[in-house]
Design a protein. Sequence first.
Length: 288
Amino acid sequence: MMQNLDLTSATTAEAEVRRRVAEAQRVVIKVGTSSITHTNGRANLAMLERLCWAIVNELNREREVILVTSGAIAVGMGRLQLTERPTNIREKQALAAVGQCDLMNIYSRIMNMFGHTVAQILLTKDDIEDELTRTNVTNTFEALLERGVLPIVNENDTVSTLEVWHNGSFGDNDTLSAHVARVVGADLLILLSDIDGLYARDPRLEPDAELLTFIPTLTPDIMSCATSSSSSKRGTGGMRTKLLAAEMATAAGIDMVIANGNRPENITGILEGEGLGSLFPRKGTVME
C-alpha cells in the first residue's frame, strides 16, 4: 500500500519544494551510461552535446555545477570494439582507463566549444572517508568552482575495487554522486536515469504505472517500488541505488530529483521549478 497523503497538502508541499529547487545555487548532476552512449558502447555525441548545452545554460546563470558521469567502461568497450561487457576486474579496469580518456576528451571539446573549461576528478571511497583526503578533495572542488570550471567526477575504476582492501568502491555512481553532493554542500542533486522517475510499479511491465512525482518520505512501501538492477546492460545502477542515494542526500539536507536523462533539457525545466521527474525533499522541511 502506498503512502496515505492528503492530496492538497502534498500538492502544496511539492510546490514549495519545487520553488526552492529553482533557487538552488550549487547543483550536482549525475548522468548514467545509457544516457550518453549508444547500445554498441560508442559515445552518443548528440546526447552529450545536449547535456553540455543544458549545463552551460546553468553556468551562464552563475549556478555552480558538478557533473558526475558514468560511461567510461562502456566507451572503452566501444573504442576496443567489444560487444560483451567483461566479467573479470582487470579487464573492466583496462576498459575504464581507455574509456575515461575518450569521455573526458569529448566533454572537454564540447564545453570548450561553449566557452567553458572542465576538470577531471577521479575518486575512490577512501578519498571521501579519510578526513585528510576528504579535505583535499573539498578544497579542490571549491577552487574549481570559484574559477567557473566544471568539475567532472567519476569513480577511479582502475584502482577502486572491492577486492583491494585500501581502495573501497562506491559500487555505482548514484552512490558516488550522493557522496559528492554531501562533501561539496550541494543544494540539489539531479540523477538522470533512463526513465522519467520512480514509478509505483515497473513501467516496462505495466505501461499504465503511476509516476510518483513527490516522495516526502522514503517508506518501506516506496523502497519496494525499486528494482535492484539497471535496465541497461551498459550500466551498473538501478532504481534501488537511486533511492539509497536519495536517503543519503536528503539526510544531508539536499533536495534530490530523479529525471529522464534521454531529455537533458529536463535539467533546465527542473531548475525553473517545473514538475519534472520524482522529487525527494531534504529531511526536516515538509510533511514529517
